[in-house]
Design a protein around this ligand. Structure first.
Ligand SMILES: C[S@@+](CC[C@H](N)C(=O)[O-])C[C@H]1O[C@@H](n2cnc3c(N)ncnc32)[C@H](O)[C@@H]1O
Length: 294
């Protein structure tokens, strides 16, 4: 996959293409190359929802100077770029997919990395904590300023150590794009327990092939309420005919109608909000396209 080819794509256990090798490079170039080829767009599609979450959280906590947003499966920090630096995915790709970037000597590459945010003012009231299993991706996010803090841990398999727990505990909001599926309710439970008695508010994107139910069960058992958006968002193109077949099989086995969605060229996702269950309903009523699927 490092060459950006998506032809002989290996599939993971869920039937989705396996991109592990591009998540751990020192630069985001291999990741962006492949994702641009597949029109990966979920961070952009989810942006308004994430903004909505953070602005609703801020409005409900007017005395809080800073909002700490934990981006789970943050990778190279693209959500941080969008949320904190007002950059677009196109800006990000244009900056790193320039000819010769990966051939630059290390010092020049560092300089180029830092130039992404040059001349821009970050939203200083937002602190982004990136959580991922890829140290190179997190280091890149810190170096560029897209992330304020990083936590490198696989909570599917391990517990957070004391330092990681301290970072996670700061979280006011949890967000994720393109990583639920890799990240199950096992990790989310650990994060919720570390944050207790605080209850971070959340917005997550979930591919339609992955059932919401295990996540919903966890959240409801922890005193949360789940609000599922009506809108269905394109995540990316299928990486191969084989991936499409596996995904369609999985969706059809779950009784999901794929007409107009996965029957075409793209994988599709839904966004859900998770908020404390004692929050008045009115908080979310004005949101266009939201319905409570209790
Ligand atoms: C498709 S990328 C999404 C990256 C980013 N959120 C975006 O939308 O651009 C999935 C990310 O999940 C990360 N990941 C995989 N397993 C994980 C785990 N158990 N815990 C945290 N992150 C994980 C990968 O390293 C990768 O960076």
């Amino acid at each position: 996959m490092d060459d950006g080819s998506t032809n002989s794509q290996e599939l993971d256990a869920s039937g989705k293409a396996n991109f592990d090798s591009i998540y751990t490079a020192d630069t985001p170039q291999p990741y962006l190359n492949v994702m641009r080829q597949l029109d990966y767009r979920i961070p952009t599609e989810a942006q308004a929802y994430i903004e909505h979450l953070v602005s609703r959280y801020s409005a409900a906590h007017p005395n809080q100077q800073e909002v700490h947003v934990l981006d789970i499966g943050t990778s190279y920090g693209i959500n941080g770029a969008l949320l904190k630096w007002n950059l677009s995915l196109v800006d990000f790709c244009d900056h790193y997919l320039t000819d010769g970037y990966s051939d630059l000597p290390l010092a020049q590459r560092d300089l180029h990395n830092q130039q992404l945010c040059l001349g821009r003012s970050p939203r200083s009231n937002i602190k982004v904590i990136g959580l991922d299993i890829s140290k190179p991706a997190l280091d890149f996010g810190l170096e560029t300023g897209l992330l304020d803090h990083s936590v490198c841990v696989d909570l599917e398999k391990h517990s957070a150590d004391d330092t990681q727990a301290e970072q996670i505990k700061q979280s006011d909001c949890l967000i994720s794009t393109g990583c639920l599926g890799y990240v199950s309710e096992v990790s989310l439970r650990k994060i919720i327990e570390l944050c207790a008695p605080n209850k971070p508010w959340m917005a997550h994107c979930l591919l339609r092939m992955f059932p919401l139910e295990p996540y919903r069960k966890l959240f409801e058992s922890c005193g949360y309420r789940v609000w599922l958006s009506d809108e269905i968002l394109p995540q990316r193109r299928f990486a191969s005919a084989e991936e499409k077949k596996q995904v369609l099989d999985s969706l059809h086995q779950q009784g999901i109608d794929t007409t107009g969605y996965e029957s075409g060229d793209y994988l599709w996702a839904r966004v859900f909000y998770v908020v404390p269950d004692d929050l008045p309903d009115e908080s979310w009523k004005f949101s266009v396209g939201l319905k409570n699927e209790q």
